[in-house]
Ligand binder design. Sequence first.
Ligand code: TNX
Length: 520
Amino acid sequence: MKKQLLLLWCLLCSGTILAQNRYPIIPQPQKIIPQNGSFELNKQVVIVDKTRNPQTLVALQPLKDKCRLAAGLALPVVSKAKGKKPIEVILDAKVTQAEGYKLNITPQHIQLKAKTPAGIFYGVQSLLQLLPTDIEQKIRANDTQWTIPCGTIEDEPRFGYRGIMLDVSRHFMPVDFLKKYIDELAALKINRFHWHLTDGQAFRFESKKYPLLHTAKSPQWPTNEGFYTQEQMRELVKYAQDRFITIIPEVDVPGHSQAALVAYPQYACQDSTGKQLLFQGEFCPKPESAQFIADILDEVISIFPSEYIHIGGDEASKVAWHKCPVCRKTTQDLGLKNVDELQSNFIKTLEKHLNSRGRKMIGWDEILEGGLAPNATVMAWRSLESGGEAAKMKHNAIMSPTSHCYLDYYQSEDPNEPLAFAGFINLPKIYSFEPIPENLTAEEAKYVLGPQANLWTEQVPVGSHAEYMTFPRGVALAEVGWSKKEDRNYANFLDRLSSYLTRMDYRSVNYAKHFFEIKT
Ligand code: TNX
C-alpha cells in the first residue's frame, strides 16, 4: 500500500498524471484569462517603477531577491524602459480593492497594477508562482528557462483578514524561525500573524515595568525558558510589515495566566484566610489586576502598531472567583448576577483602556458570556456559531473553529504520526471550511472578517515540527481566506499544490507529506 502511494506521489510530482496547469497559483486567483506564449525573463528585463512610492520597492523585493539568487538577474529598477523589456509597475486607484492587483503578461512586457503596495506585493507573489519552481532555489539554477506564461490575471481577496496563530508560550520559537514562518505566510497572501505570546506555561513578552513576568519560573514548567526582548519584537514587527503582514499580539488573561501569577501572586485571588486561590492560574478580577494588565498592554501597544490587540479571555476557571471574598464583594457592589458577568466586567475595563489608546480589542469567544464588551471583535474557536452570534450582534468576528482550523490536531491516520493535541483535521477538511455561517444574512455576513488557523504548541517542541503541523494545511487555509467560494475545488487545489510543495522543498520547509493519501 505504502509503495503504491509513493508511486502515486512520484507521478503527481512529475506531472505525468495531471496535465500541467500553466498557472499553478495558490491561492487561486479570482480571474485568469490564459493566452499562448510566454514572457522570458533575461538580462534585457528592467522593472519600470511608475508609482513614486517607497513601499513599492519593499513589495518588489522578493522578486528581485529570488531572481538575483536563482537566475543571476539583477532586474534593475528604472523610471523609463529605454528599449529594454519592461515589468511595469503602476499604482492605479481604479483597482477596486486595497489588496487587489492586475497582471497583464505578454511576450514583450509585463504590467502589474494595484491600488496599494500591498496589492503589488500580492501580484509579485503570483508572478513568482508563474515562474519555474527553480526560482525558489537558493543557488544559481543555470539550465532553467525563466519563462512566465502569457495571460491576464485580475485578483483580489474574498476576506480582508486571513490569519494564522502561533502559540510560543507552550514552546518557545526563536526569532529566526518566526521570520521563516512569516515568509511562508506572506507567500500565501496571509496578512495577519496572531502571536500568542503568553499562556500558563510562560510569559514571552519582555516587560520593562514588571521584569519578573518574563523571567520568573513557574514551578510546573521550570525549564520553559525564553522570551522576546522588546527590540526583537520591534524587529519582527518591521519584518512582517515589509511582507504586508500585521502582527496581532495576544496577552491571554484572565485565565491561562499561571506564569504571570507565579511572578506577581498579589493579582491572584485569596480566600478569607489569605491563602492563594490558584486553580488553573487565573487573575483575580479586581481593579488592581485590571490596572496591572493595562500597564502591560501599554507596553504591548508601544511595540505593536496593530489596530487590534488580543486579550485572550478563554477558559478562565471561575472556581477561585466563587471562593474569593473580593470577587464576592465586587459582584455585589456592581450588581452583577454571576461570575460570567464578573469576567465580562473585567474584560470591558480592559477594552475601555485599549479604546482610550486608540486600539480595538479581540477576545476568544468566551467574551460573549456575561455580556460582550461594546466594541469587541470575537475570535470564534469553540464553534462557528459563536462567531455568527457576534455577527448578528453587529460585532466583528474572526472564524477559527476547532471543527476545521486547529493545526495542533492530527492530520493523518498514519500510526507513526507524531503525538498531536487531539482531534483530527486532514487537508480536505480544512480546505472545505466555509467561514460564513449559513444562518447569516448578507448584511450580517459583512461582520465576518475572515478565517484563521491556530497552532497551539503543547505537543510542538520545535520550529520544524511547527512547519510540519502548519503545512500544507495552512496552504489550504490561505485559499479559504482568499479565493471565491465557488472557485474552490479540491482536486484542482491538489494539482496546484504539487508545484507549491516543490517550492517549499527549495525553501527547506518541513511540510507534512501525508496529504496524497487522502481521498476527496
Ligand atoms: C484550547 S483555543 C485553548 C488552548 C489550547 C487548545 C488546544 C483556546 C482559545 N484555548 O489553550 O492550547 O485548546 O487545542
